[in-house]
Design a protein around this ligand. Structure first.
Ligand code: FAD
Length: 374
């Protein structure tokens, strides 16, 4: 069996590892260059993402990810200013959409996911269209005119999915109108504010003067350089040596285009100008070049469609701000299991894909809807 995966994001790369381990031929086509684009520094990985990584990745890769996660996050803290001091005024157990988990350094996760897939991922390859043939195969076309043919085509190409636009043209991405700016400051630069010690490993929402700022700390359980030596010496990325502990933050912003990362960071500094000095400092000390503005979209749940050799995973089919990465990796895990069953002759290919899609609709459409109504 051969599978074409469009998109080398969290879902696509997790799937590629799983398929390879099952002995299935896989080719990943990625529009961006090898360096990718800024997508924020931090990712909260919960039981869904962690189980998917453990199941799909070679064990050394999964061990490398596990060794470099932050501490356990079991509660969400509420912070407020009391007599001029930032104070913890409440704590909720992590449950529902935001589940217990650990913080992961996103560029490091991406570098781990790319390790060992050099012969599988083609960068600078923008998928444009596909055609299904009478023999059941699917042919994909790319912007440079090249094509590839496989038994299955997987759209793992994120929110603007070109595969979804052709396969399910009625699906529309709606703009929720919500915008966030997200950034991160080195822990060493803000340790003196007392904020990192105050929140420990748990995420916190600081409600101060009408603004809610979300905060979280990533303290690498094991320094990535040491973890690489032990678990994954093949990991060759500058990210490993550069990685240091940090505080990530997110601030709501009114809808507008903000421009470059530096312009986005300047806007965040303005938004934080009236906040408590510790919060102001976390924004002022942030790395400007990793600051991102995030436009929050939604994909309304849609009725089931007939299964075929074309399918979708992750943001391409359901959007979940704050936990979409976990859903994308879980989809990869479930689709990999289904395709492996078909590869071993235990189920017909299209039935296997239909089974995956039913599970995906049942789990992900429901969790996204639950979050939207929370
Ligand atoms: C700042 C920020 C913070 C977040 N924090 C969290 C978090 O803490 N926890 C969490 O679970 N989720 C989080 N998310 C959401 C998470 O990043 C996404 O849900 C996740 O990346 C979706 O994975 P995916 O594989 O479906 O798509 P993506 O990771 O978006 O990957 C899609 C890939 O497809 C490529 N592509 C697109 N079009 C084409 C084409 N035509 N041809 C070829 N390639 C194409 C893109 O370049 C991209 O590499 C966060 C998102 C942002 C932006």
């Amino acid at each position: 069996m051969k599978v074409i995966v469009v998109g080398a994001g969290l879902g696509g790369l997790t799937l590629a590892h799983g398929l390879r381990r099952a002995g299935i031929t896989v080719a990943v086509y990625e529009r961006d260059g090898a360096l990718g684009r800024p997508q924020g520094v931090s990712l909260h990985v919960d039981d869904r993402g962690a189980a998917a990584l453990r199941s799909c990745l070679p064990s050394a890769h999964a061990d490398m990810v596990a060794a470099t996660m932050g501490g356990p996050r079991t509660r969400t803290l509420a912070l407020s200013e009391v007599d001029g001091q930032l104070t913890v005024v409440g704590a909720k157990p992590a449950d529902g959409a935001v589940r217990p988990g650990r913080q992961v350094h996103r560029p490091l996760l991406r570098a781990v996911l790319l390790t060992g897939l050099q012969d599988v991922v083609r960068f600078g390859a923008e998928f444009t269209r596909y055609e299904r043939h009478a023999d059941g195969t699917v042919q994909a076309w790319f912007a440079d005119g090249s094509t590839d043919t496989a038994d299955v085509l997987v759209g793992a190409d994120g929110i603007g999915s070109a595969v979804r636009r052709r396969y399910l043209p009625d699906v529309r991405v709606a703009d929720s109108g919500r915008r966030m700016i997200m950034g991160a400051a080195p822990l060493r630069a803000v340790a003196g504010t007392g904020l990192p010690d105050l929140i420990g490993d748990n995420p916190a929402a600081a409600r101060v003067r009408g603004t809610t700022m979300v905060l979280a700390v990533l303290r690498f359980t094991q320094q990535p350089v040491l973890a690489r030596e032990k678990w994954l010496p093949a990991l060759r990325s500058g990210v490993v040596a550069e990685a240091e502990d940090y505080v990530m933050w997110a601030l709501p912003v009114a809808g507008q285009e903000l421009g470059s990362p530096v312009a986005v960071w300047r806007r965040a500094r303005e938004l934080a100008a009236d906040l408590h000095p510790a919060l102001r400092s976390v924004v002022a000390e942030a790395w400007p070049e990793v600051t991102v503005a995030l436009r929050i979209g939604t994909i309304p749940a849609m009725p089931a469609w007939p299964a075929s050799p074309v399918t979708l995973i992750g943001d391409a089919i359901h959007l979940a701000p704050g936990f979409g990465g976990n859903l994308a990796m879980r989809d990869a895990h479930h689709l990999c299991q289904a395709l492996t069953e078909a590869h071993r002759g235990r189920i017909a290919l299209v039935d296997a894909i239909g089974g995956y899609e039913n599970t995906m609709r049942r789990n992900s459409f429901t969790s996204v809807a639950a979050e939207a109504s929370a």
